[in-house]
Structures are given as C-alpha cells and as structure tokens.
Ligand binder design. Structure first.
Ligand SMILES: *Cc1c(COP(=O)(O)O)cnc(C)c1O
Length: 467
C-alpha cells in the first residue's frame, strides 16, 4: 500500500538541536529539587523528553517558511483566511474561532453550552476538558466502554462510547439535563485508543435523536482516522482526509488543540456549524483570547497551523508517526513490561499498578515510576493516574481511576529510532529492578490540575530509586 514495509520517516533532518547529557548524581539532585514531579524539571536537564506530544512537534521547512508569511494585522489577517479554508476543507465545519490552544476553545464551548447542574457525558475524562466543564457548573459522566478501563483488553476500538450508558443517562436525567456529549478521538487518558467510525456514527445518531448535540475533541482525530483505516471493515480504501471528514461530518463542532495532530508548537480552535453559537463564541473570544480573526495567536502561528493540518493527513506521515510508537511498544512487550494494549497512537502507557505491585495506590506508583525513570536515564515521562485525576468534588477524597499509568509520549518528527532504543533499555532495566522503587507522598498539593505543580517526597528515605 505504501510501496515499502518499514515505517521509516518520509523526511530527513535539516537542523539539529543539541541535548545536554547529565550524570545520575545530577539527575538525583534535579528530581529532588523538582519535588519528584517531572513537570517541575528544567528541560535543559532532560535527555529524551517524552513528557508530552503537545506543542513538541518538529515543524517542516514549509511550516517554517509559512512563519515568514505571517500577516500581523490586528484584524482580518490573511493567515486567518488560510486557516479557515484548511479547517473547512479538512474538518468540514462552517465557522472557525481560533484560540491560543485547546483549553481556550474548551473554556468558550463550556461557558456557552453548559448550564449549572447539567451533565456532560464523554468517552473518558480529559484533565482540562473536565475542569472547564466543572467550572461552567456541569458534571462529567463517563460513557466509554468498560474495556477502556482494562489495560490488558485487546479491543481494537477502546475509545468507543457505550450506547447503553448514554441511554441510561438520558433515562435517568432527561435529555434536557444533558448539555452535550463530548466525544474524544484517540482517547488520551485511555492510552491513545481510537473510536470506530461505526461507533461515532451510532453515538451521534443516538444523541441527535434526543436533541443532544455532539462536540468532538478533535485533538487527535487524524491519528484516530489512521486506526480506522487500518482496523475497521470497509474503511481500508478511504484516505485519512476522507475518514477525518466522515468523523467530523456527524458532529456539531469541535474543540481542537493544534499542538498535537496539527504539528504546531502553539494554537487551537473552536469550530462549529451553528450560526448563532458561532456568533456567541466570537463575542466571547474577544474577551478571553483576542479578536475573532486571531484568538490569541500571531498571524504566523495560524499560517503554520494551516500548513500543518494539510501535512497531518498525509498517510506517509501518519504511518511513520504511529510506526515509531509501535516500535517502542513492541520492544517493551517483548521484554514482558506491562503496558496498555493495544499500543495507542501518541505514546506508550506503562501500567504502573502491574509494574510496581509493592507500591500501594496511596503512594502514587505512576508518579514514583516516572521519577525513577528520569533518575535512571534522563527520560522524562508523565504520570496519568491518581495524581492527574485529583479529588472528588463532593467528598474531597483522592479519586483512584482504574488506570494508573506512566505515559511515554512521542513528539512528532523529533526523535530517532536510537532514542526509542535508549528509552526501552531504561524501562526494561527498571522493570528488572522494580523492587528498588519507593512510593511518594504529597508535600504540596495545588487546588486545580494538581499534577502540574504538586510536590512530593519518598515515603522512606530520600531517594525514589534506591539501587
Ligand atoms: C492537549 C489536550 C487538550 C487541551 O489542549 P491544550 O492545547 O493543551 O490546551 C484537550 N483535549 C485533549 C484530548 C488533549 O490531548
């Protein structure tokens, strides 16, 4: 199909960025000073940065050239019209409201469409999405299929919505109590797991039948389209662009973090079909982000995004992107390391509960494992477990989601196969030596999105890795 078997990249390196190598002693000091939170490490002290795939992509020469074409007019920048044309063509929505990044769009959508006391069903929560829903007075309700909460399940579409769960919510609360359904593609917190096109269509059909709107979190919709093409019956001959349109066409609009699929370092958008909702969103974007033709972005950022959107739907690009993730995943599976199966789109998710059975949930095994990984090799990962989940709004107790994960997120077009080898070696050596990893307790806990700035200390001694 691609004319070759390997996933090798359809690009070559034009410029390099040097990385600083550190000693283990330096890293032990750095992680202690960072309160055992990888978010608080200076990136200069990180060797391979797998904290996130958000805004960390390498732009192409065409995108860099696009930056030079920035039209920095306050109103009506040419680059806005280019971006609007790209969003209409590839995502298909009528109205584009640019925002500084994804959460800017989530803020506007939540404030406009959620009434106090309303329910917002979604296929697993995402941190910023849920936060904005709650700040708008809504309550998130998880409607993802049960298999998504089981790291060992090989279900090919673990991002799917469970229609029976949606129907139950409608019966229990009534359709008018449901603000809208928030449909995430390639579900981040489930391990980058896709939804099937069939399920997306059925979910939208069910909601629309009850007069409930569906807004897509399109952040990784193109990665989702790739899995649909690879796995879903009847979709193998469709292009990624065609599948993306098929996904978007059944929904009423989307929020988007362009820092992921769209291959830019900053940017996002809200896109909707409804004229009146678009008007209200434009009224609001001027308060929080900027004029409706720039939404907190420079003209050059919008140009790079327009070009990035077009590059993101190229099959060669996506084959290499997901191929690299799968390469790392298979190395770990072959060594017996417990990871979320099947391998997802944007990273490898270590199952910290299975990795560190001697560390109880109250001692945050995923947080401890990501700190230990940094000490071992300078690879920076991220906790996606109880620390990320926060506390219950009502009881104030820690939430313990079924999944307690460490995310090794792969930036797009940035690292080589040898970097993946180094990462795999470090994880495998930690797995062999897992008894030497010590749990953590909070020394500082912020009120909102606590994982970003929380600080910890080991429950015993001073080190997270005692060998
Ligand atoms: C990153 C992300 C967001 C938030 O976008 P930002 O650009 O970081 O504000 C929303 N939803 C999903 C699924 C994401 O991965």
């Amino acid at each position: 199909m691609l004319g070759r078997r390997a996933w090798a990249e359809p690009w070559k390196v034009k410029m390099v960025e040097h990385l600083r190598m550190t000693t283990r002693g330096e890293r032990e000091r750095a992680i202690r000073e960072a309160g055992f939170n990888t978010f608080l490490l200076p990136s200069e002290l990180v060797y391979i940065d797998l904290l996130t795939d958000s805004g960390t992509s390498a732009m192409s020469d065409r995108q860099w050239a696009g930056l030079m074409m920035g039209d920095e007019a306050y109103a009506g920048s040419m680059n806005f019209y280019h971006l609007e044309a790209a969003v209409r063509k590839f995502y298909g929505y009528k109205h584009l409201i640019p925002t500084h990044q994804g959460r800017g769009a989530e803020h506007i959508l939540s404030q406009l469409c959620i009434g106090s006391g309303q329910i917002v069903p979604g296929n697993m929560y995402f941190t910023t999405t849920k936060m904005h829903q709650e700040l708008a007075g809504g309550t998130f309700a998880d409607v993802i299929i049960d298999a998504a909460h089981d790291p060992a399940s090989e279900h090919p579409f673990k991002g799917n919505c469970d229609l029976a769960k949606i129907e139950r919510l409608i019966r229990e609360f009534g359709a008018e109590k449901i603000a809208y359904l928030s449909l995430e593609t390639n579900v981040n917190m489930a391990g980058g797991q896709p939804c099937s096109l069939e399920n997306i269509k059925a979910t939208c059909e069910l909601c629309h039948r009850h007069g409930i709107k569906v807004f897509l979190d399109a952040t990784r919709a193109v990665e989702n389209a790739y899995f649909i093409q690879q796995r879903e019956q009847g979709c193998a001959r469709m292009s990624l662009a065609e599948i993306l349109r098929a996904i978007c066409d059944c929904t009423d609009g989307c929020t988007m973090s362009a820092k992921k699929d769209a291959l830019v370092n900053i940017g996002g958008f809200l896109a909707v079909n409804d004229d009146e909702l678009a008007e209200r969103a434009r009224n609001m974007v001027v308060v929080y982000e900027g004029l409706h033709t720039y939404g907190g972005l420079a003209g050059r950022d919008m140009e790079a995004m327009a070009i990035g959107i077009e590059e993101s739907v190229q099959l060669d690009h996506m084959h290499a992107r997901i191929g690299q993730v799968e390469y790392l995943g298979h190395k770990l599976i072959d060594a017996g390391v417990p990871i979320v199966r099947p391998i997802g789109g944007h990273g490898i998710f270590l199952d910290a509960k299975a990795f560190l059975p001697h560390v109880p949930r109250e001692e945050f095994p995923a947080q401890a494992l990501s700190a230990a990984l940094y000490v071992d090799s300078g690879v920076r990962a991220m906790e996606r477990g109880a620390v990320s989940a926060g506390r219950d709004k009502q009881t104030g107790k820690h939430l313990f989601p079924a999944l307690e994960l460490v995310r090794l997120t792969i930036p797009r077009r940035v690292y080589t196969q040898a970097h993946m080898d180094v990462t795999a070696e470090s994880v495998i050596s930690l797995y062999e030596d897992r008894q030497s990893i010590v749990g953590l307790r909070f020394t500082y806990e912020p009120k909102y999105l606590r994982f970003f700035q929380a600080r910890f200390e080991p429950v015993r001694g001073e080190r997270v890795l005692t060998n």
